[in-house]
Write a protein that binds this ligand. Structure first.
Ligand code: FES
Ligand SMILES: [Fe+2]
Length: 337
């Protein structure tokens, strides 16, 4: 697997909490490792999806009495991986750790389930600003596992120039561009790009969702999170936190959390409007990432040339690999978006 160490050692979102109902198990992929994720009355378990006994996939088992039961011989494993039962045989009082399944650390926060493959990860999954803010309405959006690389998806959302073209009419327009200032700020362990503009974008979505936009900022929180914030004259109007979990070499599982200020429109209405306008945009990005990946696969490797609009250059990739950047704000770059 060619994921950088910084990616392999991080916390990753692997499922929406609502998709893991009590008493159920599901298989999730993380950096090429299959995981059996289950929710029992003893909590959530994330076990490497390989029964220690004869390697049957545990994710095909059932949750029973607070444990995950392997379908083959019925060994049972608690959320911490300890073997609690071997049918037909008395289990010695002193547990034998050789019988345990490999358990991963797991955390449930604000409707998201995070897992880490590594002991080197911090005690808690780091969360971006406003992720759980009670002042905002939040909803999650998830559409399965996509073809392509998580890193390219991160670059996609940090890149404003594709929005005029790929998302013509929805976000911006390719035939009528607006003068903007792009301001890049490095934070050492992350980077952001602010788009300063004097009038809202000309795409449909912007007209409906954020009439008074003045500024938007997209910030990369390595390794897998990008948060885009749209600000009106006085306050935040929309915040989208996108998490791109590497599933395997050429697949990733994106999760998006939408946060809007509590206000006149009820949460469900905002949710319906955002979904309606964003569905075609998301489908366009999904297709582009899959097409791009197909070409890279055909040629055996990516080979990218960066142009004048690729202002972030190699910095996203350096952060992805776990490097840090020299902090500081750069002079604005003039562009037409
Ligand atoms: S393979 Fe799982 S119990 Fe035997
Ligand atoms: Fe896009």
């Amino acid at each position: 697997m060619s994921f950088p160490q910084a990616v392999q050692e991080a916390w990753h979102m692997v499922a929406l909490a609502r998709d893991l109902r009590p008493g159920t198990v599901r298989k999730v992929m993380l950096c090429g490792t299959p995981i059996a994720l289950f929710r029992s009355e003893r909590g959530i378990g994330a076990l490497i999806d390989r029964c220690p006994h004869r390697n049957y996939p545990l994710s095909e088992g059932r949750v029973h009495q607070g444990a995950l039961e392997c379908p083959y011989h019925g060994w049972r494993f608690a959320p911490d991986g300890s073997c609690t039962e071997i049918p037909g045989c008395p289990l010695a009082a002193a547990a034998d750790p050789r019988l345990n399944a490999a358990a991963l650390r797991v955390a449930e926060r604000h409707g998201a389930i995070f897992v880490t493959l590594s002991d080197a990860a911090p005690p808690e999954p780091p969360l971006p600003p406003d992720f759980g803010s009670p002042e905002l309405d939040h909803f999650w959006w998830q559409q399965g596992t996509w073809e392509g690389r998580a890193f390219d998806a991160i670059e996609n959302v940090m890149d404003p120039f594709h929005t005029n073209h790929l998302h013509h009419g929805f976000i911006r327009r390719r035939d009528r561009r607006l003068a903007v200032d792009l301001v890049v700020t490095s934070h050492g362990d992350g980077i952001d790009m602010a788009i300063e503009q004097t009038q809202p974008d000309l795409g449909l979505m912007s007209r409906f969702l954020e009439r008074d936009r003045q500024r938007s900022v997209s910030r990369y929180y390595p390794p897998t999170t990008v948060q885009a914030r749209w600000e009106g004259e006085t306050r935040l109007t929309l915040c989208v936190t996108a998490i791109f979990t590497p599933a395997a070499e050429g697949t990733f599982t994106p999760f998006a959390r939408f946060s809007t200020p509590k206000g006149i429109a009820p949460g469900w209405l905002k949710q319906a409007a955002i979904r309606l306008f964003l569905a075609p945009v998301v489908a366009q990005d999904r297709k582009a990432l899959a097409r791009q990946h197909a070409v890279m696969t055909q040629f055996g490797h990516p080979q990218f040339t960066s142009g004048p609009g690729d202002i972030l250059g190699s910095r996203l990739h350096r952060l992805w690999r776990g490097e840090t950047l020299e902090p500081g704000q750069e002079a604005p770059v003039k562009a037409m978006l």
